[in-house]
Design a protein around this ligand. Structure first.
Ligand code: SF4
Length: 324
């Protein structure tokens, strides 16, 4: 069993169960609850932080005459945009030193929602506009932390988005530990252990990262780790599609194709095709390869993070069915 470093996650307070919503209620997310013991948490309720009471009137986002977004009380139009922007700026400055690995915010909130937030023509009895937007606080996070995983709790209901989020936060948390060690040996091991995970995510960035680790440019270790981090974040930015996973699995299959029987080969390739056609999950062909890694005691592949990219307890096959 792999030992995982705990990622640091910023979370909207109401998702953690704090009763800070406009009506004095809280919210829950089963995936946040499950992730709780495996992460370190920083919670924030930006609306309470700017001095709004609990309970309070609802807020909404309107578009002013210059097409600027304003955060206003839905009934009265009282404008709290400046207060929210000032708080967000101060909060972000403090957050940078806390080395956050991921962010989970409350969806559809005019402060915290990362997308799908309704925008209105005005306060009062005004219609919502067809265009959706992000909340004022979330917008600042999206602008300043674009390199890390930011999701809302609604999107985490989607299986692919969730697995991608977990993979990113645990990989980045592991890399943070390497950065602290400032050791080329540790970086080489990290790169080696993540080879097939990175191959699935981004073969082009895997190549760049490999060249960096070779360090022909003789960078000092701090610079090398900083540049590696940039390309690692780039590599992990987009969820893996089936074709990239198939390609990576075929590379892994190459280790065993001469040692297994024709029947085993055919069974694996059938399952790989079914995965490519979205008839079985990724875990099916991956488990077949993993079985061979154990059976043939392949020491190198034994440590590949692709076989356990995040704690197994977090695996949950439920899916909202809504795409990315
Ligand atoms: S969505 Fe954000 S602002 Fe609204 S209650 Fe939750 S934490 Fe507070």
């Amino acid at each position: 069993m792999r030992k995982f470093k705990s990622p640091t996650i910023l979370l909207s307070s109401c998702i953690e169960g704090q009763a800070c919503r406009y009506d004095g209620s809280s919210s829950t997310c089963p995936f946040v609850m499950r992730l709780k013991p495996y992460a370190k948490w920083i919670t924030v309720c930006p609306e309470v932080a700017i001095g709004l009471p609990i309970p309070r009137q609802t807020l909404r986002i309107i578009s002013d005459k210059e097409n600027n977004k304003r955060l206003v009380f839905s009934k009265t139009g009282e404008d709290v945009t400046e207060a929210m922007q000032a708080f967000s700026n101060t909060f972000l400055e403090e957050l940078i030193s806390k080395e956050v690995d991921g962010i989970i915010l409350k969806g559809r909130s005019p402060s915290c929602g990362i997308k799908d937030v309704k925008m209105y023509e005005n306060y009062g009895k005004a219609s919502s506009m067809p265009k959706k937007t992000s909340g004022i606080f979330a917008e600042k996070l999206l602008e300043n932390f674009s390199q890390i995983a930011i999701e809302d709790e609604g999107r985490l209901m989607n299986y692919t988005i969730r697995e991608h989020f977990y993979t990113r936060i645990f990989t980045i948390a592991e890399f943070r530990g390497i950065k602290q060690k400032k050791s080329i040996k540790a970086l080489i091991k990290f790169h080696s252990d993540n080879k097939y995970l990175l191959m699935a995510y981004s073969p082009a960035n895997l190549k760049k990262l490999g060249k960096l680790v070779a360090n022909n440019e003789k960078r000092d270790i701090e610079n090398l780790l900083d540049v590696y981090e940039v390309y690692l974040n780039k590599a992990l930015a987009t969820a893996v599609g089936p074709m990239r996973n198939v390609n990576m699995l075929l590379h892994l299959f190459g280790y065993f194709s001469k040692n297994v029987s024709q029947h085993e080969k055919a069974f694996f390739l059938d399952n790989l095709e079914s995965y490519g056609n979205k008839k079985v999950p990724f875990s099916v062909p991956l488990a077949l390869i993993h079985g061979w890694v154990i059976r043939f005691e392949n020491e190198y592949l034994m440590n590949q993070t692709i076989f356990e990219a995040f704690p197994a307890d977090l695996t949950e096959v439920t899916d909202s069915g809504k795409g990315i």
